[in-house]
Structure formats: structure tokens, C-alpha cells
Design a protein around this ligand. Sequence first.
Ligand SMILES: Cc1cc2nc3c(=O)[nH]c(=O)nc-3n(C[C@H](O)[C@H](O)[C@H](O)COP(=O)(O)OP(=O)(O)OC[C@H]3O[C@@H](n4cnc5c(N)ncnc54)[C@H](O)[C@@H]3O)c2cc1C
Length: 346
Amino acid sequence: MAEILTPDICVIGAGSGGLTVAAAAAAFGVPVVLIEKGKMGGDCLNTGCVPSKSLIAAAKHARAIARAKIFGVAARGFEVDFARVHDHIHEVIAAIAPNDSRERFAALGVRVIEGAARFRDARTVTVLQSCGDEIEIKARRFVIATGSSPSLPPIPGLQATAHLTNETVFDLATRPEHLIVVGAGPLGLELAQAFRRLGSAVTVLEAGEPLAREDPECAGVVLEALAREGVELRAGVAVARVEQADAKVKVVVRGERGEDTITGSHLLLATGRRANADGLGLEQAGIRHDGAGILVDKGLKTANRRVYAIGDVAGGGQFTHLANHHAGLVVRNALFRLPPSLPMSA
Ligand SMILES: Cc1cc2nc3c(=O)[nH]c(=O)nc-3n(C[C@H](O)[C@H](O)[C@H](O)COP(=O)(O)OP(=O)(O)OC[C@H]3O[C@@H](n4cnc5c(N)ncnc54)[C@H](O)[C@@H]3O)c2cc1C
């Protein structure tokens, strides 16, 4: 028979948003269950902010050495040991991981369950564990904090061509000779700059405007800096197809001047993110969602009033600090019935 739990709060997803809700609820002595199907810490710790900022920190050191002579400091060339850069990234993740660990949360009083959560009906979530046992959770309130995943465009040939996303790029232990990045949003460009500073040739392809959502004047400053540092950026070009050519990757692009082919050693897709709303049984729970994510009101409640959605899955901005802010609002509302809609600065 399935184990049945009846906590006050059940949180689905142990990333930035979910961990914050669980820790706060536990601190107030509220019974809370936290369900995670992958690694504790979610995207930010494992495949997002932490590894990307660790890579960028390494790249900044390389850049400082490269520019040292402007300040009258002689550095006779330098080498990048990319295997060591890889190790540095994973050491930083490992140093932070205990904060987000199952053990720490269990010690805070949170019941942590490993497995994929799914709504059976409007009041029940089930988790099938790897041992085959099922746990049923009937909570007073549920918080969906399942994050987002890379959204891959339907590029012909992509399935048969080796490609990287944020979920795999930080596992590289050798430096790409020539990295082709598809997508000139903040994620694509921060990685493009970091790899360039560490010595890779980098080409960025963008179908529309680079940094299209940013203030144009600020975007211009960033794009000029990237050009100065040797990142080749081609805007207004669509990727027509990609193909694997032995160890190389060929990308055929279509622009105003017709088609041409760029050959690189690695292909990185940074073409946006999609909310992790599939497989949650949202229909069974009466929770509405669209292509951008789960639909919520200004208090982050879904169409099912028992259920909140926060962070990347809630379809707004996709940032760790926003997921944390959402978590704070939900804790105020779910535990203290305080009005949820506060400005970001509050
Ligand atoms: C390369 C990169 C760099 C970034 N850099 C920054 C940055 O510098 N600053 C910043 O603010 N943001 C940054 N972000 C964005 C940031 O990582 C996310 O906004 C943040 O992690 C979202 O938190 P979340 O709690 O919504 O989801 P996540 O942290 O992704 O957590 C969701 C968790 O839910 C789990 N899950 C999913 N479905 C289920 C299920 N059915 N059952 C159980 N568990 C489930 C997942 O395994 C995951 O662990 C970056 C993202 C990327 C990709």
C-alpha cells in the first residue's frame, strides 16, 4: 500500500525557488515535503548560474593577464589548462552543494523525497520511487517549482549532430577549438565571451537582433566589447541545417546574401528555455498552462487555488533572484495569509 503523507506544504522541485519555500516553511515549524527528481539545487547550482559564473571567473583571469601590459605589467604569454578550468567549475559546485543537499534539508525538518511528482487529482500528488514504492501526498498547499529546460529549435540535422546545451557544456574537459553558438541572448553571449577569453574561436549566430530584450544602448556597449575581444557575431541569419562531418560540425546559415557554411569543432544551442510543465498531470489537477509556462495570478496561484507556481515554470523572467522572490511571496501568503503582490524591492 502507498505511504500517505499529509503535510501543510508540498513543494515540487528542489531548485532556487523550491528550496527557499521549503527552508522557510521548515523554519516556522510547518510540516513540509520536498520532491526532487534530479539533483538537489536544480538548474542554478548544477547547470546554470554557478557553473557559468565559475567559467566566467576563470575567463576574467585570462582576460586580466592578456590586458596586463596596458598597466605596465609584463606577462610573457599564458596557457589555459582547460581540464583544470573544468575541475574548478565542478569544485565550486561541490563547495556549494552541501547547502542545497538532501541531508541539510532533512536536518532542517523537511521530508525530502526522490522521484518525479505527478498530480493524480486536484488534491493529490504521487511520487513513484526508484524502489517501486509509491508515495501519495495530500497537502494543504502545493508549490510547483519545476524550473525550465533548454528549448531546441527544429533545425534539420540536429538530432544526428553532436551539440551542447547548458546541461552539457560545463562537462567539457578540453577547450573547443571553434565554438559555434546559436542564440545571442544573455546566456549565449556570456558563454561566447568566456570561451573566447579562454582561447577558443567563437562564432555566434542569431536569427533576429542580439540581446533583443535589453536596452539598445546597453546592448550596444556589450556587443562592441564582444567584437573587440574577437567574438564573431552574425545577426539576421537563420540556421538552415547542421551536419556532422567527422569530428567537425557544419552549420549552414541563410542570410540576405544567400547560404553559406560555417565549420566549427563544437555547437552550442542557447536558443531559449521552455517551462518544465510536461508530465506533472496538470490537467488532472485543473491547472492551466500555455506555451510559456503555468498560468498564475498576481499572487502566483494557479487555476487550482491550492496550488502555486513559482520560478522559471511560472513563465515570467527566468532568474534565480526572481524564483527566490516568488518563494518569499508564497511563504507570506500560504503561511500568514498576507497579500502576495509586493514590488521586487520589498
Ligand atoms: C547557463 C545559465 C546561466 C544562468 N545564470 C543566471 C544568473 O547568473 N543569474 C540568475 O539570476 N539566473 C541565472 N540563470 C537562471 C537560473 O538558473 C534559473 O532562473 C533558476 O535556477 C530557476 O529556479 P527554479 O527554482 O525555478 O528552477 P530550477 O532551479 O531549475 O529547479 C527546478 C527543479 O525541479 C525539478 N523537477 C522538475 N520536474 C520535476 C518533477 N516532476 N518532480 C520532481 N522534481 C522535478 C528539476 O529536476 C529541478 O531540480 C541561469 C540559467 C542558465 C541556464
